[in-house]
Design a protein around this ligand. Structure first.
Ligand code: SF4
Length: 108
């Protein structure tokens, strides 16, 4: 499996095969390659309508979720809305594929 490491801007080109990583300049790249090969995770970002302001608030999952759950998370997020005031970091929904959905901006 060939990958580009996204952990830092160096962007090492990795090869992962049979539990061994080559091409990584540090151990974080080996951990990333193993995760991508065995249990890939993703942060999900989106927006929610703020019903009492007529604007949208940017949101993201508090922690990464399994890549195979991203579509389920997006389906849940599409059904949500929020009400101002909203503070950056505030939890706007719980139990979104095993994590919380938090605001990444303030809407007063
Ligand atoms: S392997 Fe290490 S140095 Fe290379 S991109 Fe990944 S984190 Fe950066």
């Amino acid at each position: 499996m060939n990958l580009t490491c996204i952990i830092c801007p160096k962007g090492c080109h990795l090869q992962y095969e049979n539990g061994t990583t080559n091409g990584n300049a540090c151990k974080r790249g080996a951990e990333y390659a193993k995760s991508e090969a065995t249990a890939p995770m993703r942060n999900v970002t989106s927006t929610l309508p703020v019903t009492n302001r007529g604007v949208f608030v940017s949101v993201k999952t508090e922690t990464p979720i399994p890549k195979h759950s991203v579509q389920d998370a997006m389906q849940l997020i599409r059904s949500l809305s929020a009400k101002a005031p909203i503070r950056r970091g505030e939890i706007l929904a719980r139990e979104i594929c095993g994590t919380n959905l938090i605001a990444i901006m303030t809407v007063l």
